[in-house]
Design a protein around this ligand. Structure first.
Ligand code: MGP
Length: 205
């Protein structure tokens, strides 16, 4: 057996099948958190780098998970991953538009968040990225697009973390037109209006 490389924290992997507003309203009286809690499928813990990649290799590709479903990684499984559980938080949306960025970009985000490079480089060693949510988001232009959301417990770190991702993706050599990065708040009403899109160039300026 080769040595295993323990992660600083363990991460819990779960899967949330499509949850529409109609389903939440009809079956759960509009309570999204309750709906998510009941419908989430618990998969496994990840405690080492090796387990991260073996888990990723054993899971179906994001596009095969089913329309509207989400793969979720939660640090220490400490909070149910809902906006409500992150009152001081924010999220960074990373849209990976086309292959090969859909694979290499996803691997990069997983590695730097769980390997804590983001914490070291963008938040003074404090781990603020607590949730990763991955979903297929096909569009007419990009049929294989996936979206990776990184949820932060501390919104004051949001810009530095977004900048770090932009820089890391550039360094990795991913084509500038194959992804975009945006910061957003958790304010449900504002979330769609309030997305601040940062292209690779604006985030680095
Ligand atoms: P989504 O699956 O994150 O996708 O949420 P989408 O369509 O990109 O939504 P966006 O608003 O993030 O751009 C689909 C919908 O489910 C949201 O618009 C909310 O109505 C609801 N929803 C999702 N989450 C993660 C939460 C949550 O944590 N709390 C509550 N109350 N509603 C949520």
């Amino acid at each position: 057996m080769s040595a295993t490389h323990a992660l600083r924290d363990k991460w819990f992997v779960s899967f949330l099948p499509l949850l529409t507003a109609d389903m939440v309203n009809t079956d759960y009286k509009g309570n999204w958190q309750l709906a998510a809690q009941e419908r989430t499928q618990k998969l496994d813990w990840i405690t080492s780098v090796e387990e991260l990649w073996s888990t990723m290799n054993s899971l179906p590709k994001v596009h095969q998970l089913g329309m509207g479903s989400t793969l979720i990684f939660t640090r220490n499984n400490k909070e149910p991953p809902s906006y409500e559980a992150y009152p001081n938080g924010s999220r960074i949306m990373i849209n990976l538009l086309k292959p090969p960025t859909t694979d290499t970009g996803l691997e990069l985000v997983l590695a730097v968040v769980m390997g804590e490079t983001v914490a070291e480089k963008a938040s003074d060693g404090k781990p603020v990225c607590d949730v990763l949510r991955i979903a297929a988001r096909p569009s007419r232009e990009h049929s294989e697009q996936i979206r990776v959301e990184v949820w932060l417990s501390d919104s004051t770190r949001s810009h530095a973390v977004a900048e770090f991702f932009a820089e890391a993706m550039k360094e990795k050599g991913l084509a500038a037109n194959s992804y975009n990065i945006a910061e957003a708040s958790f304010d449900a009403a504002a979330s769609s209006k309030d997305k601040k899109v940062l292209t690779a160039s604006t985030v680095l300026s």
